[in-house]
Design a protein around this ligand. Structure first.
Ligand SMILES: Cc1cc2nc3c(=O)[nH]c(=O)nc-3n(C[C@H](O)[C@H](O)[C@H](O)COP(=O)(O)OP(=O)(O)OC[C@H]3O[C@@H](n4cnc5c(N)ncnc54)[C@H](O)[C@@H]3O)c2cc1C
Ligand SMILES: *[C@@H]1O[C@H](CO)[C@@H](O)[C@H](O)[C@H]1NC(C)=O
Ligand SMILES: *[C@@H]1O[C@H](CO)[C@@H](O)[C@H](O)[C@H]1NC(C)=O
Ligand SMILES: *[C@@H]1O[C@H](CO)[C@@H](O)[C@H](O)[C@H]1NC(C)=O
Ligand SMILES: *[C@@H]1O[C@H](CO)[C@@H](O)[C@H](O)[C@H]1NC(C)=O
Ligand SMILES: *[C@@H]1O[C@H](CO)[C@@H](O)[C@H](O)[C@H]1NC(C)=O
Ligand SMILES: *[C@@H]1O[C@H](CO)[C@@H](O)[C@H](O)[C@H]1NC(C)=O
Ligand SMILES: *[C@@H]1O[C@H](CO)[C@@H](O)[C@H](O)[C@H]1NC(C)=O
Ligand SMILES: *[C@@H]1O[C@H](CO)[C@@H](O)[C@H](O)[C@H]1NC(C)=O
Ligand SMILES: *[C@@H]1O[C@H](CO)[C@@H](O)[C@H](O)[C@H]1NC(C)=O
Length: 537
C-alpha cells in the first residue's frame, strides 16, 4: 500500500528488484532459524542474548516493534515486519547480531529513537532484523571535565534531564522534542535553540564507540579520523552501529529568558516575517528567535481565516538585557516585559517542548509518544524571500490539506557561520540565513489520504523553488525525504542516482563520505534507501 505514493522511477526499480529471485517464506524461516542458532552459538555472545530477541510469534513482538515507531504513514498493517527484533543490553550482543545477520544474508535496521521521517530504522522491503538500542541508554555526566558519555539508545530528553540533575549551568545543544533518539539525531547533525551559540549536537562529539561491519568495537582512536569525521553528520546506518557518543557539554547562565509572541497577518504578520529573515540570523548569538507559521481558522470563509506567525525565542541571559537588545534590533515586534519569562535552561526545555511548567522534570524520561501520520521536507534559504513570495506562500495555507500544516523557520548565523563546511559532513553553514522545516500531518492511515497530503506537500515544495538554495537545492538529512531519491534498498546504485540525495544532504562533503564508506564497509552491508553508496564503479 505504502508504495503507491512513490514517483515513477521508484516503481520501475521495484519491478527490477522483484525480478531477482525473491526468497520464499520457507527460505526466510530457514534463514531466521539459522540466524537465531548463530546468535546463540556466537563466541562473543553472553548466554543472555536469547532473552533479548523477539521473533514474530512472541506475544510482545508488536508492542516492542511499535514502541519506537513514530510515523504510521510508512508502517501500515501491510508493511513487511522484521523477522526479529534484537534489543542488546551489551555491546557484545550488537557484535553477535552484526556478525550473524551478515553471515546469513539478513539486512539490519538500526533503531535508537525511531524518529526517522521515512521510518528507515524499522521498515525495509527485504527480510531484515532490527537492532533496537532501547536497552543501551546510560548517560554518564562528568561535571569536572564538562563532558558526557551517552549511549546511543538514550533520548535527548534523558540527556537534558541527566545534565540538569547535576548542574544548572551546563547544557547540550540538541533538538526540541524530548523523545528524539541520540543515535539518529547526532548522526545527522541535530539542532535546537542553542544552535546559533554552539552549533549542532554533532559538532560537540569528541569520541564514540561503534561496532563495525566486522563485529569489531572501535573508538575514535582505533577507527581513525576519517571514519570519526563521517559519523558526526554523515547520517546513521551507513558506517556501523554507534553504541555511545562522548560529547562536550556547554555553559549556560543559571537564568535564561523565553518569550513567544503571536502575530497574524492583520497584525503586520507579513512585514514581520519579512523583516525577521534579515534580523534573526544576524542578531546577538545569545538570542535565538525561531518562527512557526500556521493557519488559523483556515477553513472559514467569513474573513477570520489568517496565518499566525509565532516568534518563539530563547535568550541566554535576563530580561533586563533582552529588552534593550530587542528594542535596538527588532523594535517592530514590540516585545514587552510582560512577554518575557525567566527560568532555568532545563525549564526552557519543557517550555519549547510545550510541556506545562507544572509537570515534574521526570516527564523528560518518558519515552512513550504516540505515532503520527506525517510527511516532512526541508529547505535552506540564502536570500530573504520577498513579500510577494510570502503572500503566495500564505495561499497554500488556505488549501484544504493545510489544517495541520506547519512551517518552522530556524535561523542560522552566529556559531554556524564560524564552522567550515568541511569540518563535519553537515555542510549547511555560512551563507545560510535559515532552514525551513515543512510538516503536514493527517488523521487517516489510508493510501488515498497519504496520496492527497503528500501531493499537497510536493506542490508546496514546488512553489518554494524560486526562493530557496539552488544547484543543488539543499535539504536536511535528519528531515529525511525519499522524494529526493533512493537507492532502492540494496540494488546497485550509480553515483548519479545517489547524488540526487547525497548532494542536497551533504553537498561538497558527499565525495569524502563515499570514500570513507568504501574503506570501512566495502561490501555495503550497512545500507538503506539513502545510505552512503560505494565509490563510483
Ligand atoms: C517529533 C520529531 C521532532 C524532531 N525534532 C528535531 C529537532 O528539533 N532538531 C533536529 O535536528 N531534528 C529533529 N527531528 C529529526 C531527528 O533529528 C531525526 O529524525 C533523527 O534521525 C532521529 O533519530 P532517532 O534515533 O530518534 O531515529 P531512528 O529512526 O532510530 O534513526 C534515524 C536513522 O539513524 C539510524 N540510526 C539510529 N540509531 C543508530 C545508531 N545507534 N547507529 C547507527 N545508525 C543509527 C537509523 O537506522 C536511521 O537511519 C525530529 C523528528 C521528529 C519525529
Ligand atoms: C518473548 O521474547 C522475550 C525476549 O526474548 C522472552 O523473554 C519471552 O519469554 C518471550 N515470550 C514468549 C511467549 O515466547
Ligand atoms: C517462534 O519462531 C522461532 C523462529 O522462527 C521458532 O524457532 C520457534 O520455534 C517459534 N516458536 C513457537 C512457539 O512457535
Ligand atoms: C558488556 O559486558 C562486559 C562483560 O560482562 C562488561 O565489561 C561491559 O561493561 C558490558 N558493556 C555494556 C555496554 O553494558
Ligand atoms: C576528568 O578528566 C581527567 C583526565 O581525563 C580524568 O582523570 C578524570 O577522572 C575526569 N574526571 C571525572 C570526574 O571523571
Ligand atoms: C565476527 O565474525 C568473524 C568471522 O566471520 C570473526 O572473525 C570475528 O571475530 C567475529 N566478531 C566477533 C566480535 O565475534
Ligand atoms: C500563540 O499561539 C499558539 C497557537 O498557535 C498558542 O498555543 C500559544 O498559547 C500562543 N502564545 C501566546 C503567548 O499567545
Ligand atoms: C502595523 O505597523 C504599522 C507601521 O509600523 C503600525 O503603525 C501599526 O500599529 C501596526 N499594526 C499592528 C496591529 O501592530
Ligand atoms: C478565529 O475565528 C474565531 C471566530 O470567528 C475568532 O473569534 C478568532 O479571533 C479567530 N482567530 C484569529 C486568530 O483571527
Ligand atoms: C508518558 O507519556 C505518554 C504519552 O504522552 C502518556 O500517555 C503517559 O501517561 C506518560 N507516562 C508517564 C509515567 O508520565
Amino acid at each position: 500500500m505504502k508504495f503507491n505514493n512513490f514517483p515513477m522511477p521508484r516503481l520501475f526499480l521495484v519491478s527490477l528488484l522483484l525480478s531477482f529471485s525473491w526468497p520464499t517464506l520457507g527460505d526466510t524461516h530457514q534463514q531466521l532459524d539459522s540466524f537465531l542458532q548463530c546468535l546463540s552459538r556466537h563466541p562473543s555472545n553472553p548466554n543472555s542474548i536469547s532473552t533479548l530477541v523477539y521473533t514474530q510469534n512472541n506475544s510482545s513482538f508488536s508492542s516492542v516493534f511499535e514502541f519506537s515507531l513514530r510515523n504510521a504513514r510508512v508502517s501500515t498493517p501491510a508493511t513487511l515486519r522484521p523477522l526479529a527484533i534484537v534489543t542488546p543490553s551489551n555491546v557484545s550482543h550488537i557484535q553477535a547480531t552484526v556478525n550473524c545477520s551478515r553471515s546469513h544474508g539478513l539486512q539490519v535496521r538500526i533503531r535508537s529513537g525511531g524518529h526517522d521521517y521515512e521510518g528507515l530504522s524499522y521498515v525495509s522491503r527485504v527480510p531484515f532484523v532490527i537492532i533496537d538500542l532501547i536497552n543501551l541508554r546510560s548517560i554518564d555526566v562528568d561535571t569536572e571535565n564538562n563532558t558526557a558519555w551517552i549511549q546511543a539508545g538514550a533520548t535527548i530528553g534523558e540527556v537534558y534531564y541527566r545534565i540538569a540533575e547535576r548542574t544548572e549551568t551546563l547544557a547540550f545543544p540538541a533538538g526540541i522534542c524530548p523523545t528524539v533518539g541520540v543515535g539518529g539525531h547526532f548522526s545527522g547533525g541535530g539542532y535546537g535553540m542553542l544552535m546559533r551559540k554552539y552549533g549542532l549536537a554533532g559538532d560537540q562529539i569528541i569520541d564514540a564507540e561503534l561496532v563495525d561491519v566486522n563485529g569489531k568495537v572501535l573508538d575514535r582512536n582505533s577507527m581513525g579520523e576519517d571514519f570519526f569525521w563521517a559519523i558526526r553528520g554523515g547520517g546513521g546506518a551507513s558506517f556501523g552501529v554507534v553504541v555511545a557518543w562522548k560529547v562536550n557539554l556547554v555553559p549556560v547562565p543559571s537564568t535564561v529568558t523565553v518569550f513567544t509572541v503571536n502575530r497574524t497577518l492583520e497584525e503586520n504578520g507579513t512585514m514581520l516575517v519579512h523583516k525577521w529573515q534579515s534580523i534573526a540570523p544576524k542578531i546577538n548569538e545569545d538570542l535565538y528567535i525561531r518562527l512557526f507559521l500556521r493557519a488559523v481558522n483556515s477553513s472559514r470563509q467569513d474573513g477570520t481565516r489568517t496565518i499566525q506567525a509565532s516568534f518563539t525565542s530563547l535568550y541566554l541571559g535576563e530580561t533586563d538585557d533582552l529588552l534593550p537588545l530587542m528594542q535596538e534590533s527588532f523594535p517592530e515586534l514590540g516585545i514587552t516585559r510582560q512577554d518575557c519569562i525567566e527560568m532555568t535552561w532545563i525549564q526552557s526545555i519543557l517550555y519549547f517542548a510545550e510541556i506545562p511548567q507544572s509537570e515534574p522534570l521526570e516527564i523528560l524520561l518518558n519515552r512513550t509518544a504516540t505515532a503520527g501520520i506525517f510527511k516532512g521536507k526541508s529547505d535552506y534559504i540564502t536570500e530573504p524571500i520577498p513579500e510577494t513570495g510570502l503572500e503566495g506562500l500564505w495561499q497554500r495555507f488556505y488549501e484544504d490539506e493545510s489544517e495541520s500544516l506547519e512551517l518552522i523557520f530556524s535561523p542560522y548565523g552566529g556559531n554556524m557561520d564560524d564552522i567550515p563546511e568541511a569540518e563535519t559532513p553537515y555542510p549547511h553553514r555560512a551563507g545560510n540565513l535559515f532552514n525551513i522545516h515543512y510538516v503536514v500531518a493527517w488523521g487517516a492511515e489510508d493510501a488515498a489520504s497519504s496520496r492527497r497530503y503528500i501531493n499537497f506537500m510536493r506542490r508546496l515544495h514546488g512553489y518554494m523553488k524560486p526562493f530557496v538554495s539552488k544547484s543543488p537545492r539543499r535539504a536536511y538529512m535528519n528531515y529525511r525525504d525519499l522524494d529526493i531519491g533512493t537507492n532502492n534498498d540494496g540494488v546497485y546504485t550509480s553515483y548519479r542516482q545517489a547524488s540526487r540525495w547525497g548532494l542536497p544532504y551533504f553537498n561538497n562533503n558527499f565525495n569524502r563520505l563515499i570514500h570513507v564508506k568504501s574503506l570501512v564497509d566495502p561490501g555495503n552491508f550497512f545500507r538503506h534507501e539513502q545510505s552512503i553508496p560505494l565509490l563510483r564503479g
